[in-house]
Design a protein around this ligand. Structure first.
Ligand code: HEM
Length: 382
């Protein structure tokens, strides 16, 4: 069967350290496998699972358990690397704490589009790189990654990849938001291809139902439990109004509201995000009456603290996005949401979260003599 087309993928045993003071647990190493070819549109996932993808190339992702990454990869070549990232992250977040969720999100958007290869950082003069995709228009944190990269270049030139910096920054973003600190695997190298269309195709839109979500994630070898765990990233951060306007004002095309959204929560959201007006979206004015610059928390009341309240919020209200609420429409994801929402301690979730992030971080990585280590992350591809 094509990798990524299995209903549920293999579980992993990875080193998890919820608190730096705790000892490491057992580790199972997986054999190295070569990277598969370029991934294609998730919209073509069904076709891919039947054996063909964009341009006839294999389109499903390399199995997440196949990546030959290791904890402490830079121990010999740049021993201060992780400490320097954490230090720089502290400074960055002191200046702007809203960058913590943005940098966590960046790791997801990097990994899902051509694998975790730093390609999200590349730029295009023709506006055709991943950055230029609609799904990345609201992405922030590029300068923060470049700032960390510059510091690492002074410490150990041409050694630490941008993809690894993004992965470590995501880990530290969670940690500095009062979440767990897990051992992040490193050893990724950077790709030099970045195509907006791939980002449009491989990132699920916020109006996805659970079938869509499972399709987008299964082609990255992430199963239903992984989905339920990784969605907990929405415990921190905000959204613009656009991703929820359809849910609030035109759910089925009849000017209606999503019936699965709690009415009281919907009323609050509607106050913040007014209905879109004809002509919205194509004007350059500073008028925010349509909520273009308004941001709403994804986990109200706890938007800067990485905790379990996202799960309680989803269970009680249906969550901010349809995709968040879709977790309630599948027995595995719903069961997980209910379990975490009712947990008396965050430990089990934090353990699961660490495993799932490590697994996502193995998606289609470049390693060994593949790819490159460049002096700056945001170079132009055209
Ligand atoms: C079906 C899957 C997902 C969908 C549809 C989705 C959608 C979105 C949308 C629409 C936003 C708001 C963007 C904006 O308007 O500024 C957002 C923000 C965010 N997402 Fe997701 N997301 C998904 C999965 C994930 C995953 C797996 C992670 C982490 C591993 C993640 C982490 C975040 C974070 C931290 C933010 C806040 C960003 C900020 O405050 O700057 N998301 N997501």
């Amino acid at each position: 069967m094509t990798p990524g087309c299995e209903a549920e993928s293999v579980e992993l045993i990875v080193p998890i350290r919820l608190n730096p003071a705790f000892p490491l647990e057992t580790r199972t190493n997986h054999p190295s496998k070569p990277r598969l070819g370029r991934r294609g549109a998730v919209a073509a996932a069904a076709a891919a699972c039947r054996g063909g993808g964009r341009g006839g190339e294999p389109r499903a992702s390399a199995p997440a358990e196949a990546a030959p990454l290791e904890v402490g990869f830079y121990g010999g070549t740049c021993p201060m690397a992780e400490e320097a990232v954490l230090d720089e992250m502290r400074l960055i977040l002191m200046e702007d704490k809203t960058l913590a969720p943005s940098l966590l999100r960046m790791h997801y958007h990097d990994c899902f589009v051509q694998g975790c290869d730093g390609s999200i950082m590349l730029k295009s003069r023709k506006k055709k790189a991943e950055r230029d995709a609609l799904s990345n228009r609201s992405m922030r944190g590029y300068n923060a990654i470049e700032r960390i990269k510059a510091r690492l270049e002074t410490l150990c030139p041409r050694t630490v990849s941008c993809a690894d910096i993004i992965a470590i920054a995501a880990r530290d973003a969670v940690f500095l938001s009062h979440g767990p600190r897990y051992d992040v695997e490193t050893g990724r190298r950077d790709g030099n291809v970045s195509v907006a269309e791939y980002a449009e195709n491989d990132l699920a839109p916020p109006d996805s139902n659970i079938v869509d979500v499972k399709t987008f994630f299964s082609v990255k070898s992430l199963n239903s439990k992984d989905i339920a765990i990784l969605f907990g990233c929405h415990s921190i951060g905000t959204s613009h109004c656009a991703p929820i306007q359809k849910r609030l004002y035109n759910f089925t095309g009849n000017m209606d509201q999503d019936p699965s959204l709690d009415p009281a929560y919907a009323a609050k959201l509607k106050k913040l995000c007014p209905p879109p007006r004809p002509g919205d979206g194509d004007d350059d004015d500073d008028d925010d009456s349509e909520g273009k610059t308004t941001k709403v928390p994804m986990d109200p009341g706890s938007g800067f603290t990485f905790d379990l309240s996202y799960y309680r919020h989803v269970l009680a209200t249906g969550g901010l996005f349809q995709s968040d609420g879709s977790l309630l429409n599948d027995p595995v994801t719903r069961g997980y949401v209910e379990k975490v929402a009712n947990a008396s301690s965050p430990d089990e979730y934090y353990h699961d979260f660490a495993e799932a992030m490590v697994k996502m971080g193995r998606t289609d990585v470049l390693y060994g003599d593949q790819g490159e280590i460049r002096p700056t992350c945001g170079v132009f591809v055209d």
